[in-house]
Design a binder for this molecule. Structure first.
Ligand code: ADP
Ligand code: MG
Length: 237
């Protein structure tokens, strides 16, 4: 099953996402705050205290997940476009996710060929791949492998992320990137892929997804490459 991305109508919604996201964070915080107020009552029986504390913990975790998927690096409005060395940025993302991968018995393998540079906002690029690789880890509840491969083509840099996880149905693939679409129940936000599609679009990139149930998923990203001075000289000969 395969589908190439042009999901502009889904992405249009993303432009106004800032407000929606702060709403997503405010809701659980308001709920947590309410239960803290209740806990301030000294006469509360022990079991009620425990119940309220559990709710508070869940609500705070839910707010934290929204922040992780959407704003790991904060600064949602500041867009700084710089030259990004793909290999360096991906290695940074991998080092951030290594502890999580280890916890889930997931091994991350890389095959970085000659990789060019692309243009984009460094923090957003990293957020994008954090979200993709985090999903890959979460798709392998019994552990597995993630392969991250880069290919340098004349005009494009390709980044291929594959996992040996649960895979997706055709319907799931079609709904990827839809705000709040998640199959993870209360542990999901359904914001991670929306953010991925939005960042890739802003970088003039494309996403291609192929997946097989119980076998795994392959995400192929393609970004316009930026030739360095030396490469341009070599190219013109
Ligand atoms: P969340 O991770 O909070 O559920 P995302 O937007 O990150 O939200 O992902 C949306 C959905 O896409 C997930 O709930 C899952 O069903 C599916 N998905 C994304 N990546 C993968 C993957 N590598 N393998 C299987 N399913 C995936
Ligand atoms: Mg996710």
């Amino acid at each position: 099953m395969r589908q190439t991305l042009i999901k502009s109508e889904k992405l249009q919604a993303v432009e106004q996402m800032g407000a929606a996201i702060s709403h997503e964070i405010r809701n659980p915080l308001t709920a947590a705050n309410g239960f803290v107020q209740l806990l301030m009552n000294n006469n509360l029986p022990r079991h009620k205290q425990k119940e309220y504390l559990t709710i508070i913990k869940d609500e705070l975790q839910s707010a934290e997940r929204v922040i992780q998927d959407y704003l790991t690096f904060s600064k949602p409005s500041l867009e700084t476009v710089e030259l990004l060395q793909v290999k360096k940025e991906l290695n940074n993302v991998i080092s951030i996710l290594k502890p999580t991968a280890n916890q889930h018995s997931v091994e991350i393998l890389t095959n970085f060929g000659i990789v060019g540079s692309i243009e984009g906002d460094r923090q957003k690029f990293q957020q994008c791949f954090i979200n993709v690789i985090k999903n890959a880890i979460e798709a392998m509840p019994r552990g597995g492998h993630i392969h991250i491969e880069t290919l340098y083509e004349r005009t494009h840099v390709k980044i291929i992320v594959s996992d040996t996880g649960i895979g997706m149905t055709k319907e799931q693939i079609e709904r990827l990137g839809e705000p709040y679409y998640s199959t993870k129940g209360p542990k999901g936000t359904g914001l991670g892929m929306m953010v991925v599609y939005s960042i890739v679009k802003a970088m003039n990139g494309t996403i291609d997804v192929t997946s097989r149930l119980d076998e795994g998923t392959v995400f192929t990203f393609s970004f316009p490459s930026v030739l360095s001075q030396n490469e341009m000289i070599a190219d013109s000969s």
